[in-house]
Design a protein around this ligand. Structure first.
Ligand code: NAP
Length: 634
């Protein structure tokens, strides 16, 4: 649902705190608001602020752009009046935010009363009233045949126990599972979601001990909370969804698709649950091989060599030892080997030598430190830290991501898949109903970009060099494949897309970048993913000069947005779960290049293969060819 002027919302607990902030944020978008609250003075004050905020959208209307209703949410009669008043004033109900909530006033064990200070009253406000309001909102939406969005206010305390207020935790836990169970209302067009924020700086938040707030990294900024609410309103796919909002990590859906797959009967992911046994005769090796960069050069083969080094055992308390089974090959391996990933001027980049090569891998955990809890020996896991061209890696447990299986497809989803999804959504601001062009589309990351753009509801155009690649892209659902070996890209784009392309996922650079920029529509976004054609010039990568770039993008309100995956690490885990989920549902395919590369010896061949332009899909090296998919040979 697009939040736009003329929609109407009812917000409970709207006089202060989160309710007030949400009401104002909706009003800033021109939404009419009914503010229901027990506190008359604050309620009327907030209502006048809300009227000021949305009045400019509705000059000359004969009814108030915001309405206050005094309402005790524990009183069904009061609630009925609030909803009736809303419908009488605004005709329909588009958005309902069931926000009213309180902390339990006295410690649970000291509370034996029955009145308004009892724990039962807290449950009535926080849970029973939310159920009641959800019921009334559904009725209101159905009666006007106007399905909308309902958001119930949960809390992080509804996901994790809050030992200093068990009643609050119980009530919010109830709200979370109540709301998640309402997902099927989506079939009737009504989307009901729950938001679980940590403490914000409101009257309620101010009562929490500062040490607790500090342990959470400070109060949750209100604008992040509002962002969460708006996402639940606007994203049509969200129904029965629980959005957890923390200052530390931003917006995360709960549970992750992988967690969810564990308890959904008949889920395809369930069948893929990890089942790796560690051979009883296994002993940790004393040493292992890895690839290091010894000389800075964009010729990967010349820059690197294989070395055997002792494993620093025992590993640290929070570290794990990962046995790598498959490593992913990336276009940027040659940039890494030429020192481009280190800041500083060209002269002192050599001071980092030697350093470990390889960006990503999957394998099996072979040993864990004493304090590690997130993985155990035998867990399949992925890493996206430098040094993955190795038989074994010692890494902090925080840097390993448990995965369903140590498969080539999982490696492909790491750098390549994450770049596509995060790049399109964050840098490209991908929505639906637009035209998306992907260059080098049959490559490691391009294959994900075309499918994700298609899944989001866009028309997809893709470029590639070769008929096998074109066939693969057609099978992946691309609407128009341009094989530049048989067609001229510029001519096709000019003729078939005269209005231009809305989003371009560009990773080739050079002439292709120029061509793409000229093909960009008004308001178009060109995402600079890379410039593979420039990485291996005779003297290495020469930065390009684009005279007239500012003039071009100014004239058409266009955006040229850079994207570098390492700067989005906070989104990796959640995004990876989304990719696994799509893959487990069969909605996302993963193409692996058919050429087999076995062992660390083959890594340089694999890097050169990727840069030959002949690869299709993700190029992978099997680091441990003895791995048999059943029992990990650690
Ligand atoms: P890839 O797409 O698998 O790369 C191979 C493909 O690129 C080739 O099949 C070829 O496709 C094209 N290509 C190769 N050499 C070329 C050349 N000299 N001139 C023109 N095209 C050439 O590789 P990848 O690892 O997935 O990387 C693709 C791009 O994404 C690179 O630019 C890489 O740096 C970038 N990337 C960026 C990020 C980030 O965070 N920004 C992350 C990952 C990857 P066609 O001939 O069929 O077009």
């Amino acid at each position: 649902m697009e939040i736009k002027p003329g929609l109407s919302a009812l917000v409970t607990g709207a006089a202060s705190g989160i309710g007030r902030a949400v009401s104002l944020a909706l009003a800033e978008k021109g939404v009419f608001v009914t503010l229901a609250d027990l506190s008359e003075e604050e309620g009327r004050e907030t209502t006048s602020l809300v009227r000021k905020a949305n009045a400019k959208f509705h000059p000359g209307i004969s009814f108030p752009s915001a309405t206050f209703v005094k309402c005790d949410v524990t009183n069904r009669g009061n609630l009925v009046i609030a909803f009736e008043k809303h419908l009488a004033t605004y005709g329909t109900l588009d958005i309902c935010i069931n926000n009213a909530g309180i902390g339990n006033p006295v410690p649970f064990d000291k509370d034996d009363s029955d009145g308004s200070k009892s724990w039962k009253h807290t449950i009535d406000v926080n849970l029973v009233a939310v159920i009641e309001c959800t019921h009334l909102a559904i009725e209101a939406m159905k009666s006007k045949q106007n399905p909308g969005v309902i958001i119930n206010m949960g809390s992080a305390a509804g996901l994790y126990p809050m030992t200093f207020d068990p009643i609050y935790s119980a009530s919010k836990g109830g709200v979370v599972l109540f709301t998640r169970s309402l997902a099927p209302y989506k079939r009737q067009g009504i989307r009901i979601n729950v938001l679980c924020p940590e403490f914000t700086e409101t009257n309620m938040g101010a009562k929490v001990h500062p040490v607790i707030i500090q342990s959470l990294g400070g109060f949750l900024p209100m604008d992040l909370l509002i962002k969460g609410i708006f996402e639940l309103i606007t994203d049509e796919s969200k129904a029965g969804s629980c959005l957890w909002v923390t200052k530390r990590r931003g917006l995360e859906y709960w549970p992750t698709p992988m967690e969810e797959a564990k308890y959904l009967v008949g889920s395809s992911s369930r069948k893929r649950a990890p089942s790796f046994k560690v051979s009883s005769s296994f002993q940790l090796p004393q040493s292992s091989e890895k690839i290091i960069v010894h000389t800075l050069s964009h010729h990967f083969r010349d820059a690197t060599r294989i070395v055997r080094t002792p494993l620093a055992l025992p590993i640290g308390r929070d570290q794990v030892l990962l046995k790598i089974i498959y490593a992913g090959v990336n276009a940027s391996d040659v940039n890494f080997s030429s020192g481009r990933y280190f800041s500083g001027n060209n002269k002192n980049q050599g001071s980092n030598l030697p350093f470990d090569a390889g960006f990503e891998g999957v394998g099996i955990i072979a040993a864990v430190g004493d304090s590690v809890r997130n993985v155990e020996v035998g867990t399949p896991a992925a890493v996206m830290t430098f040094g993955a061209y190795a038989e074994y890696m010692i890494v902090s447990s925080r840097h390993v991501l448990p995965v369903p299986r140590p498969d080539p497809e999982v490696v492909a989803m790491l750098t390549s898949g994450l770049t596509a999804l995060i790049g399109l959504e964050k840098a490209g601001q991908m929505r639906s109903g637009e035209t998306v062009l992907v260059t080098a589309a049959a490559g490691g990351t391009g294959q994900f970009a075309v499918q994700l753009a298609k899944l989001a509801g866009n028309k997809v155009v893709a470029t590639c060099g070769g008929s096998d690649k074109a066939k693969l892209l057609k099978e992946m659902g691309v609407d128009r494949v341009i094989n530049y070996k048989s067609e001229d890209i510029k001519t096709v784009l000019k003729k078939e897309f005269p209005k231009g392309i809305d989003i371009i996922y560009e990773s080739v650079g050079g002439n292709m970048f120029d061509l793409c920029l000229n093909a960009l529509a008004v308001h178009g976004r060109l995402i600079v993913i890379g410039m593979i054609s420039q990485y291996q010039g005779e003297h290495g990568w020469k930065p390009a000069n684009y005279p007239g770039l500012c003039e071009k993008i100014l004239a058409k309100s266009q955006t040229v947005a850079g994207f570098f995956l390492v700067q989005y690490s906070q989104l990796w885990k959640h995004t990876l779960d989304r990719l696994f989920h799509l893959y487990s549902l069969g909605k996302l395919k993963v193409a692996i290049d058919p050429k087999r590369f076995m062992g660390l010896d083959a890594v340089a061949d694999a890097v050169e293969h990727l840069h030959s332009g002949k690869s299709t899909g993700k190029v992978i090296v099997c680091i441990d060819p003895t791995f048999d998919q059943q029992t990990s040979r650690l």
